[in-house]
Design a protein around this ligand. Structure first.
Ligand SMILES: Cc1ncc(COP(=O)(O)O)c(C=O)c1O
Length: 410
Protein backbone atom coordinates (compact mmCIF):
# COMPACT_ATOMS: atom_id res chain seq x y z
CA UNK A 1 0.00 0.00 0.00
CA UNK A 2 1.39 3.43 -0.90
CA UNK A 3 1.79 6.26 1.60
CA UNK A 4 -1.06 7.98 -0.25
CA UNK A 5 -3.47 5.10 0.28
CA UNK A 6 -2.27 4.61 3.81
CA UNK A 7 -2.17 8.20 5.07
CA UNK A 8 -3.69 10.72 2.70
CA UNK A 9 -7.23 11.89 3.40
CA UNK A 10 -10.08 10.09 1.72
CA UNK A 11 -10.63 13.38 -0.13
CA UNK A 12 -7.79 12.63 -2.57
CA UNK A 13 -9.13 12.69 -6.10
CA UNK A 14 -6.69 13.05 -9.01
CA UNK A 15 -4.25 10.65 -7.34
CA UNK A 16 -6.89 7.96 -7.86
CA UNK A 17 -7.49 8.85 -11.51
CA UNK A 18 -3.78 8.94 -12.35
CA UNK A 19 -2.40 6.30 -9.94
CA UNK A 20 1.34 6.80 -10.45
CA UNK A 21 3.91 8.96 -8.68
CA UNK A 22 5.16 11.81 -10.87
CA UNK A 23 8.74 12.87 -10.38
CA UNK A 24 9.52 15.46 -13.03
CA UNK A 25 7.89 17.50 -15.75
CA UNK A 26 8.91 19.71 -18.65
CA UNK A 27 6.60 21.77 -20.87
CA UNK A 28 3.79 19.39 -21.92
CA UNK A 29 5.25 16.18 -20.53
CA UNK A 30 5.18 14.64 -17.06
CA UNK A 31 7.38 11.69 -16.09
CA UNK A 32 6.59 9.15 -13.38
CA UNK A 33 8.99 7.41 -11.02
CA UNK A 34 9.21 4.44 -13.39
CA UNK A 35 10.40 6.75 -16.18
CA UNK A 36 7.14 6.55 -18.16
CA UNK A 37 6.29 9.80 -19.98
CA UNK A 38 2.82 11.29 -20.23
CA UNK A 39 1.63 14.06 -22.51
CA UNK A 40 -0.23 16.62 -20.44
CA UNK A 41 -3.61 17.78 -21.79
CA UNK A 42 -4.66 18.89 -18.30
CA UNK A 43 -1.97 21.46 -17.42
CA UNK A 44 -2.93 21.73 -13.76
CA UNK A 45 -6.52 22.65 -14.72
CA UNK A 46 -5.32 25.77 -16.50
CA UNK A 47 -2.39 26.69 -14.24
CA UNK A 48 0.40 25.63 -16.60
CA UNK A 49 -0.43 27.72 -19.65
CA UNK A 50 3.29 28.22 -20.27
CA UNK A 51 4.25 24.61 -19.57
CA UNK A 52 5.89 22.77 -16.71
CA UNK A 53 9.18 24.27 -15.53
CA UNK A 54 9.19 27.03 -18.13
CA UNK A 55 12.90 27.69 -18.69
CA UNK A 56 12.68 31.51 -18.80
CA UNK A 57 10.63 31.69 -15.62
CA UNK A 58 12.76 29.12 -13.83
CA UNK A 59 15.91 31.12 -14.64
CA UNK A 60 14.34 34.36 -13.38
CA UNK A 61 13.23 32.65 -10.15
CA UNK A 62 16.64 31.08 -9.52
CA UNK A 63 18.37 34.42 -10.11
CA UNK A 64 15.94 36.11 -7.71
CA UNK A 65 16.61 33.50 -5.03
CA UNK A 66 20.38 33.63 -5.57
CA UNK A 67 20.15 37.37 -4.79
CA UNK A 68 18.22 36.58 -1.58
CA UNK A 69 15.18 38.39 -3.00
CA UNK A 70 12.32 38.67 -0.50
CA UNK A 71 10.19 35.52 -0.68
CA UNK A 72 7.46 36.31 1.80
CA UNK A 73 6.17 39.80 2.43
CA UNK A 74 2.42 39.75 3.26
CA UNK A 75 1.32 42.80 1.22
CA UNK A 76 4.45 44.84 1.86
CA UNK A 77 6.09 46.50 -1.12
CA UNK A 78 8.87 44.51 -2.77
CA UNK A 79 10.96 44.87 -5.90
CA UNK A 80 9.36 41.75 -7.38
CA UNK A 81 5.84 43.05 -6.72
CA UNK A 82 6.61 46.48 -8.18
CA UNK A 83 8.07 44.84 -11.30
CA UNK A 84 5.06 42.54 -11.76
CA UNK A 85 2.57 45.38 -11.26
CA UNK A 86 4.41 47.67 -13.67
CA UNK A 87 4.66 44.91 -16.29
CA UNK A 88 0.97 44.00 -15.89
CA UNK A 89 0.04 47.66 -16.29
CA UNK A 90 2.22 48.14 -19.37
CA UNK A 91 1.48 44.87 -21.17
CA UNK A 92 -2.15 44.10 -20.27
CA UNK A 93 -4.04 47.03 -18.74
CA UNK A 94 -2.72 50.14 -20.50
CA UNK A 95 -3.14 48.83 -24.09
CA UNK A 96 -6.79 48.04 -23.23
CA UNK A 97 -7.27 51.40 -21.48
CA UNK A 98 -8.35 49.51 -18.36
CA UNK A 99 -8.23 51.69 -15.22
CA UNK A 100 -8.53 48.63 -12.94
CA UNK A 101 -6.55 48.29 -9.75
CA UNK A 102 -4.84 45.08 -8.68
CA UNK A 103 -5.99 43.47 -5.46
CA UNK A 104 -3.97 40.53 -4.13
CA UNK A 105 -5.45 38.03 -1.73
CA UNK A 106 -4.84 34.45 -0.58
CA UNK A 107 -3.32 32.72 -3.60
CA UNK A 108 -6.10 30.47 -4.90
CA UNK A 109 -9.05 31.06 -7.18
CA UNK A 110 -11.67 30.69 -4.51
CA UNK A 111 -9.98 33.52 -2.54
CA UNK A 112 -10.32 35.80 -5.54
CA UNK A 113 -14.01 34.99 -5.94
CA UNK A 114 -14.68 35.51 -2.22
CA UNK A 115 -13.04 38.93 -2.35
CA UNK A 116 -14.97 39.91 -5.46
CA UNK A 117 -18.34 38.92 -3.99
CA UNK A 118 -17.54 40.63 -0.70
CA UNK A 119 -16.61 43.88 -2.41
CA UNK A 120 -19.67 43.89 -4.68
CA UNK A 121 -21.93 43.35 -1.66
CA UNK A 122 -20.12 45.98 0.37
CA UNK A 123 -20.22 48.55 -2.43
CA UNK A 124 -23.91 48.05 -3.29
CA UNK A 125 -25.25 47.28 0.19
CA UNK A 126 -27.10 44.31 -1.38
CA UNK A 127 -26.82 40.61 -0.51
CA UNK A 128 -27.79 38.62 -3.55
CA UNK A 129 -25.29 37.55 -6.20
CA UNK A 130 -26.58 36.01 -9.41
CA UNK A 131 -24.45 33.15 -10.74
CA UNK A 132 -25.25 30.67 -13.51
CA UNK A 133 -26.09 27.01 -13.98
CA UNK A 134 -22.97 24.85 -14.51
CA UNK A 135 -20.77 27.64 -13.13
CA UNK A 136 -17.75 26.74 -11.00
CA UNK A 137 -16.20 29.32 -8.71
CA UNK A 138 -14.46 27.48 -5.88
CA UNK A 139 -14.92 25.61 -2.63
CA UNK A 140 -14.98 28.15 0.24
CA UNK A 141 -18.49 28.93 1.44
CA UNK A 142 -19.11 32.17 -0.46
CA UNK A 143 -17.68 30.88 -3.72
CA UNK A 144 -19.29 27.47 -3.17
CA UNK A 145 -22.68 29.16 -2.96
CA UNK A 146 -22.00 30.37 -6.51
CA UNK A 147 -20.74 26.96 -7.71
CA UNK A 148 -23.63 25.06 -9.24
CA UNK A 149 -22.44 21.44 -8.95
CA UNK A 150 -24.58 19.48 -6.46
CA UNK A 151 -21.77 17.11 -5.41
CA UNK A 152 -19.61 20.01 -4.24
CA UNK A 153 -22.53 21.95 -2.74
CA UNK A 154 -23.63 18.89 -0.80
CA UNK A 155 -20.39 18.92 1.21
CA UNK A 156 -20.92 22.45 2.55
CA UNK A 157 -22.49 21.45 5.87
CA UNK A 158 -24.44 24.72 6.08
CA UNK A 159 -27.03 26.33 3.82
CA UNK A 160 -25.47 28.14 0.89
CA UNK A 161 -27.16 31.50 0.96
CA UNK A 162 -27.43 34.75 -0.96
CA UNK A 163 -26.63 33.39 -4.41
CA UNK A 164 -29.22 32.46 -6.99
CA UNK A 165 -28.60 30.70 -10.30
CA UNK A 166 -30.00 31.63 -13.67
CA UNK A 167 -29.54 29.35 -16.68
CA UNK A 168 -26.25 30.02 -18.49
CA UNK A 169 -27.38 31.65 -21.74
CA UNK A 170 -30.78 32.61 -20.26
CA UNK A 171 -33.22 34.95 -21.96
CA UNK A 172 -31.81 38.34 -20.93
CA UNK A 173 -34.93 40.18 -22.08
CA UNK A 174 -37.06 38.01 -19.79
CA UNK A 175 -34.68 38.44 -16.88
CA UNK A 176 -34.61 42.22 -17.39
CA UNK A 177 -38.42 42.33 -17.48
CA UNK A 178 -38.56 40.51 -14.14
CA UNK A 179 -36.15 42.98 -12.56
CA UNK A 180 -38.08 45.94 -14.02
CA UNK A 181 -41.41 44.65 -12.69
CA UNK A 182 -41.73 46.20 -9.19
CA UNK A 183 -43.96 43.31 -8.14
CA UNK A 184 -41.85 40.41 -9.41
CA UNK A 185 -40.40 39.82 -5.97
CA UNK A 186 -36.87 40.10 -7.36
CA UNK A 187 -34.45 42.48 -5.70
CA UNK A 188 -31.61 43.93 -7.76
CA UNK A 189 -28.46 41.93 -7.06
CA UNK A 190 -25.05 43.06 -5.85
CA UNK A 191 -23.42 41.34 -8.80
CA UNK A 192 -23.67 38.97 -11.71
CA UNK A 193 -20.84 36.43 -11.55
CA UNK A 194 -19.93 34.33 -14.55
CA UNK A 195 -17.30 32.52 -16.57
CA UNK A 196 -17.18 33.48 -20.24
CA UNK A 197 -16.28 29.87 -20.98
CA UNK A 198 -17.46 27.55 -18.26
CA UNK A 199 -14.51 25.22 -17.81
CA UNK A 200 -15.46 22.75 -15.06
CA UNK A 201 -19.08 23.08 -16.11
CA UNK A 202 -18.44 21.31 -19.44
CA UNK A 203 -16.72 23.86 -21.72
CA UNK A 204 -19.81 25.97 -22.39
CA UNK A 205 -19.07 29.11 -24.36
CA UNK A 206 -21.12 32.27 -23.71
CA UNK A 207 -22.40 34.12 -26.77
CA UNK A 208 -21.32 37.70 -27.43
CA UNK A 209 -24.87 39.04 -27.57
CA UNK A 210 -25.78 37.32 -24.30
CA UNK A 211 -22.71 38.73 -22.56
CA UNK A 212 -23.41 42.22 -23.83
CA UNK A 213 -27.05 41.95 -22.74
CA UNK A 214 -26.00 40.81 -19.30
CA UNK A 215 -23.41 43.61 -19.01
CA UNK A 216 -26.08 46.17 -19.96
CA UNK A 217 -28.53 44.70 -17.45
CA UNK A 218 -25.90 44.81 -14.70
CA UNK A 219 -25.26 48.45 -15.49
CA UNK A 220 -28.98 49.27 -15.50
CA UNK A 221 -29.44 47.61 -12.10
CA UNK A 222 -26.31 49.13 -10.55
CA UNK A 223 -24.91 45.62 -10.06
CA UNK A 224 -21.27 44.69 -10.56
CA UNK A 225 -20.29 42.48 -13.47
CA UNK A 226 -17.76 39.97 -12.15
CA UNK A 227 -15.98 37.83 -14.71
CA UNK A 228 -14.20 34.76 -13.37
CA UNK A 229 -11.13 34.32 -15.60
CA UNK A 230 -9.46 31.86 -13.27
CA UNK A 231 -9.33 28.92 -15.68
CA UNK A 232 -9.71 30.55 -19.08
CA UNK A 233 -7.66 33.74 -18.72
CA UNK A 234 -3.93 34.32 -19.34
CA UNK A 235 -4.04 33.49 -23.06
CA UNK A 236 -6.00 30.23 -22.92
CA UNK A 237 -8.57 31.33 -25.51
CA UNK A 238 -6.06 32.90 -27.90
CA UNK A 239 -6.16 36.33 -26.32
CA UNK A 240 -5.11 37.44 -22.83
CA UNK A 241 -8.67 37.71 -21.51
CA UNK A 242 -11.38 35.36 -22.72
CA UNK A 243 -13.69 38.40 -23.12
CA UNK A 244 -11.25 40.49 -25.18
CA UNK A 245 -13.44 40.18 -28.30
CA UNK A 246 -16.78 40.32 -26.49
CA UNK A 247 -17.23 44.09 -26.14
CA UNK A 248 -17.81 44.04 -22.38
CA UNK A 249 -16.07 45.91 -19.56
CA UNK A 250 -16.24 43.85 -16.38
CA UNK A 251 -16.11 45.70 -13.06
CA UNK A 252 -14.13 42.92 -11.39
CA UNK A 253 -12.02 40.27 -13.08
CA UNK A 254 -10.92 37.31 -10.96
CA UNK A 255 -7.53 35.87 -11.90
CA UNK A 256 -5.59 32.95 -10.39
CA UNK A 257 -4.05 29.70 -11.69
CA UNK A 258 -1.97 30.87 -14.71
CA UNK A 259 -1.28 34.38 -13.41
CA UNK A 260 1.76 33.09 -11.46
CA UNK A 261 3.28 31.81 -14.70
CA UNK A 262 5.15 28.69 -13.65
CA UNK A 263 2.65 27.02 -11.35
CA UNK A 264 3.41 28.66 -8.01
CA UNK A 265 0.21 30.04 -6.46
CA UNK A 266 -1.12 33.55 -6.86
CA UNK A 267 -4.51 35.21 -7.18
CA UNK A 268 -5.43 38.73 -8.15
CA UNK A 269 -8.61 40.68 -8.76
CA UNK A 270 -8.70 43.51 -11.25
CA UNK A 271 -11.09 45.97 -9.68
CA UNK A 272 -12.58 49.07 -11.28
CA UNK A 273 -11.61 52.13 -9.17
CA UNK A 274 -15.30 53.02 -8.66
CA UNK A 275 -15.67 49.79 -6.73
CA UNK A 276 -12.17 49.62 -5.28
CA UNK A 277 -12.76 52.86 -3.36
CA UNK A 278 -15.21 50.92 -1.18
CA UNK A 279 -12.38 48.90 0.39
CA UNK A 280 -10.73 50.28 3.51
CA UNK A 281 -7.06 49.42 4.11
CA UNK A 282 -6.51 45.88 5.34
CA UNK A 283 -10.20 45.06 5.36
CA UNK A 284 -9.68 41.84 3.40
CA UNK A 285 -6.34 40.25 4.26
CA UNK A 286 -4.53 36.96 3.68
CA UNK A 287 -1.06 35.96 4.89
CA UNK A 288 -0.04 34.72 1.46
CA UNK A 289 -1.10 37.72 -0.60
CA UNK A 290 2.45 38.61 -1.53
CA UNK A 291 3.75 35.66 -3.50
CA UNK A 292 7.09 36.99 -4.65
CA UNK A 293 8.24 33.94 -6.61
CA UNK A 294 4.93 34.10 -8.46
CA UNK A 295 5.46 37.81 -9.09
CA UNK A 296 8.86 36.98 -10.62
CA UNK A 297 7.58 34.16 -12.83
CA UNK A 298 4.30 35.97 -13.56
CA UNK A 299 6.19 39.06 -14.76
CA UNK A 300 8.24 36.85 -17.07
CA UNK A 301 5.04 35.22 -18.39
CA UNK A 302 3.81 38.62 -19.53
CA UNK A 303 6.52 38.75 -22.19
CA UNK A 304 4.45 36.16 -24.09
CA UNK A 305 1.89 38.93 -24.60
CA UNK A 306 4.28 41.55 -25.93
CA UNK A 307 4.23 40.02 -29.39
CA UNK A 308 1.59 37.98 -31.18
CA UNK A 309 3.83 34.90 -31.47
CA UNK A 310 2.29 32.70 -28.77
CA UNK A 311 -1.29 33.76 -29.51
CA UNK A 312 -0.71 33.00 -33.23
CA UNK A 313 0.59 29.59 -32.18
CA UNK A 314 -2.55 29.05 -30.09
CA UNK A 315 -4.68 29.84 -33.15
CA UNK A 316 -2.68 27.34 -35.25
CA UNK A 317 -2.83 24.62 -32.58
CA UNK A 318 -6.57 25.21 -32.15
CA UNK A 319 -7.12 24.76 -35.89
CA UNK A 320 -4.94 21.65 -35.95
CA UNK A 321 -6.74 20.12 -32.95
CA UNK A 322 -10.16 20.67 -34.48
CA UNK A 323 -9.00 19.37 -37.85
CA UNK A 324 -7.56 16.16 -36.35
CA UNK A 325 -10.69 15.56 -34.25
CA UNK A 326 -13.07 16.12 -37.17
CA UNK A 327 -12.96 12.54 -38.59
CA UNK A 328 -13.88 11.24 -35.12
CA UNK A 329 -16.84 13.63 -34.96
CA UNK A 330 -17.89 12.62 -38.48
CA UNK A 331 -17.85 8.96 -37.51
CA UNK A 332 -20.19 9.40 -34.51
CA UNK A 333 -22.85 12.08 -34.52
CA UNK A 334 -23.43 11.70 -30.76
CA UNK A 335 -20.04 13.36 -30.10
CA UNK A 336 -19.98 17.13 -29.70
CA UNK A 337 -17.08 19.54 -29.73
CA UNK A 338 -17.15 22.94 -27.98
CA UNK A 339 -14.63 25.52 -26.96
CA UNK A 340 -12.62 28.59 -27.72
CA UNK A 341 -8.88 28.61 -28.38
CA UNK A 342 -7.08 25.87 -26.48
CA UNK A 343 -9.90 24.96 -24.15
CA UNK A 344 -11.79 22.34 -26.08
CA UNK A 345 -14.49 20.05 -24.73
CA UNK A 346 -15.36 16.72 -26.33
CA UNK A 347 -18.79 15.76 -25.01
CA UNK A 348 -19.12 11.97 -25.16
CA UNK A 349 -22.62 12.07 -23.67
CA UNK A 350 -22.01 9.91 -20.62
CA UNK A 351 -19.83 10.17 -17.51
CA UNK A 352 -18.95 6.48 -17.31
CA UNK A 353 -17.84 6.45 -20.91
CA UNK A 354 -15.75 9.59 -20.35
CA UNK A 355 -14.13 7.98 -17.28
CA UNK A 356 -13.27 4.87 -19.31
CA UNK A 357 -11.68 7.09 -21.99
CA UNK A 358 -9.69 9.05 -19.37
CA UNK A 359 -8.41 5.73 -17.97
CA UNK A 360 -7.51 4.35 -21.40
CA UNK A 361 -5.74 7.59 -22.33
CA UNK A 362 -3.72 7.47 -19.14
CA UNK A 363 -2.64 3.87 -19.76
CA UNK A 364 -1.48 4.97 -23.21
CA UNK A 365 0.43 8.01 -21.89
CA UNK A 366 -2.00 10.94 -21.98
CA UNK A 367 -3.21 12.96 -19.00
CA UNK A 368 -6.70 14.33 -19.67
CA UNK A 369 -9.57 15.14 -17.30
CA UNK A 370 -13.32 15.11 -17.61
CA UNK A 371 -15.77 17.83 -16.60
CA UNK A 372 -19.41 18.85 -17.09
CA UNK A 373 -22.61 17.24 -15.78
CA UNK A 374 -21.76 13.75 -14.56
CA UNK A 375 -18.24 14.17 -15.97
CA UNK A 376 -19.36 13.54 -19.56
CA UNK A 377 -17.03 16.03 -21.27
CA UNK A 378 -13.34 15.44 -21.96
CA UNK A 379 -11.55 18.72 -21.45
CA UNK A 380 -8.49 19.43 -23.58
CA UNK A 381 -6.39 22.18 -21.99
CA UNK A 382 -2.76 21.50 -22.90
CA UNK A 383 -0.07 24.05 -22.13
CA UNK A 384 -0.28 26.80 -24.77
CA UNK A 385 3.42 26.13 -25.37
CA UNK A 386 2.91 22.44 -26.21
CA UNK A 387 5.14 21.40 -29.13
CA UNK A 388 3.09 20.47 -32.20
CA UNK A 389 4.48 16.90 -32.16
CA UNK A 390 3.25 16.37 -28.59
CA UNK A 391 -0.14 17.82 -29.48
CA UNK A 392 -0.50 15.45 -32.44
CA UNK A 393 0.71 12.44 -30.41
CA UNK A 394 -1.70 13.29 -27.58
CA UNK A 395 -4.61 13.67 -29.99
CA UNK A 396 -3.72 10.35 -31.54
CA UNK A 397 -3.93 8.66 -28.12
CA UNK A 398 -7.22 10.43 -27.39
CA UNK A 399 -8.81 9.52 -30.72
CA UNK A 400 -7.79 5.85 -30.42
CA UNK A 401 -9.08 5.71 -26.84
CA UNK A 402 -12.43 7.26 -27.76
CA UNK A 403 -12.81 4.89 -30.70
CA UNK A 404 -11.96 1.77 -28.70
CA UNK A 405 -14.20 2.67 -25.74
CA UNK A 406 -17.10 3.57 -28.06
CA UNK A 407 -16.64 0.33 -30.02
CA UNK A 408 -16.61 -1.75 -26.83
CA UNK A 409 -19.84 -0.02 -25.69
CA UNK A 410 -21.58 -0.63 -29.05
C1 LIG B 1 -13.49 29.27 -13.09
C2 LIG B 1 -12.91 28.88 -11.77
N1 LIG B 1 -13.12 29.66 -10.71
C3 LIG B 1 -12.62 29.36 -9.50
C4 LIG B 1 -11.88 28.21 -9.31
C5 LIG B 1 -11.33 27.89 -7.96
O1 LIG B 1 -9.94 28.00 -7.96
P1 LIG B 1 -9.09 27.30 -6.80
O2 LIG B 1 -9.27 25.84 -6.97
O3 LIG B 1 -7.68 27.75 -7.06
O4 LIG B 1 -9.63 27.80 -5.52
C6 LIG B 1 -11.65 27.36 -10.39
C7 LIG B 1 -10.89 26.10 -10.22
O5 LIG B 1 -10.88 25.21 -11.03
C8 LIG B 1 -12.18 27.69 -11.65
O6 LIG B 1 -12.00 26.91 -12.71
Amino acid sequence: MSIFEERESNIRAYGRVYPVVFSSAKNARQIDEQGKEYIDFFAGAGVLNFGHNNSRMKKAMIEYMEKDGVLHSLDMQTTAKAHFMQRFTDVILAPRKMPHRMQFMGPTGTNAVEAAMKLARRATGRHEVVAFSHGFHGMTLGALAATANQYFRGASGVPLLHVSHEPFGCDIGGLAARYRDPSSGLEPPAAFLLEVIQAEGGVNVAGKEWLQGLAALAKELGAALIVDEIQVGCGRTGSYFSFDDMGIEPDIICMAKGIGGIGTPMAMNLVHPDLDKHWSPGEHTGTFRGQNLSFVAGAEALSYFESSELMDEVADKTRLTRQLLQPLLNSDSSLQLRGKGLIIGLDVGDGERAAAIVKRCFEDGLIIASCGSGGRVLKLIPPLTIPEDDLVEGLDILINSVRSVMEEAA
